[in-house]
Design a protein around this ligand. Structure first.
Ligand code: BV8
Length: 259
């Protein structure tokens, strides 16, 4: 097994750490890939077991929920169980360390698994909502766990609207992203000097647009992903290796900032 030093990645890790060392504002955009090493299948990997015959994109839509609320509810219950058994990995923890070693780091995630927060990241911008939230399908008002615990229907009926059902508090395809999250991510991206894209295929909009925007504004683009993506051609550094390996190496290469 080649060590990091044997691979070109070693030199890139040092170069990225150098850029971070002198950065003013860093934006980190993560996708499902950063949770892969926590055992959570990425969004576009084939689903397992009962869900193997479904595509995630076909279940994560209002139409799917309208057509078959029980199946969609059960899919999210299955994902919640996966997340409940998962723990943040070395990549999540390394991002917490990097945030303490640079003047300002804004973490924007497409993930709904809450693992960044579990690792200790704060003020995480969740572009696509959270698996841990449940809302009313008609009013979008939050539904608390006590109400769900006593429910017998699948999905539970909503306490907020007579025709409402409980649904996950995530953003489905075809639904708009939360304005506050979009605005915060846009503000950080337009003023950052380093933009790190970690573990995302860059296929889902508008999340994928932030990397392009940062590149247009001449920020230093760092991509950590074993596979190339539409952002790779604009990246100043593309490290084609797992985030759980590279991010701790970047922490090791970073000297605690003088400030
Ligand atoms: C919107 C929450 C305005 C749910 C998610 C037609 C009608 C309506 C909209 C559209 C349309 N056509 C296109 C659109 C836009 C659409 C879109 O982008 N579609 C795509 C498929 C083309 N976007 C939307 O609908 C968005 N809303 O546009 O609103 C609007 C409104 C109405 C009408 C028109 C426009 C809403 C998008 C949000 C969808 N919800 N999640 C849930 O989770 O169930 S998105 C979902 O994909 C997840 O959040 C996931 O995070 C995200 C992105 O995927 P990735 O994170 O990148 O994951 P992926 O599996 O793809 O890739 C993983 C990567 O990790 C890989 O590259 C792999 O190589 C890498 N990797 C693997 N292991 C590692 C690793 N990297 C590092 N280390 C490792 N160890």
């Amino acid at each position: 097994m080649a060590t990091l030093d044997d691979r070109l990645d070693g030199a890139k890790v040092v170069a990225v750490a150098e850029r971070l060392q002198h950065a003013r504002q860093v934006v980190v955009m993560t996708g499902a890939g950063i949770s892969a090493e926590s055992g959570i299948p990425t969004f576009r990997e084939a689903q397992t077991g009962l869900w193997a015959r479904y595509r995630a994109e076909d279940l994560a839509t209002p139409e799917a929920f309208e057509r078959d609320p029980e199946t969609v509810w059960r899919w999210y219950a299955w994902r919640r169980e996966l997340v409940a058994k998962a723990a943040p990995n070395a990549g999540h923890h390394a991002l917490v360390r990097i945030a303490s070693l640079v003047p300002q780091l804004t973490l924007v995630t497409q993930n709904v698994d809450g693992l960044h927060q579990q690792a200790g990241s704060v003020d995480v911008i969740e572009l696509h909502g959270s698996l841990s939230a449940t809302i009313c399908s008609r009013t979008r008002r939050p539904i608390d766990d006590d109400h769900l615990a006593n429910a017998t229907d699948l999905p539970p009926r909503s306490p907020h609207h007579r025709e409402g059902l409980a649904r996950p508090g995530v953003v489905w395809f075809g639904e708009s992203l939360p304005t506050h999250a979009l605005d915060a991510a846009m503000r950080a991206t337009t003023s950052c000097d380093v933009f790190m894209s970690i573990g995302t295929s860059g296929l889902v909009e508008p999340a994928a647009s932030f990397g392009r925007l940062a590149a247009e504004r001449d920020a230093c683009i760092v991509e950590i992903n074993p596979a190339a993506t539409p952002l790779t051609t604009a990246a100043d550094y593309w490290i084609a290796a797992p985030a759980g390996e590279i991010l701790p190496a970047i922490v090791d290469a970073l000297r605690p900032s003088e400030t």
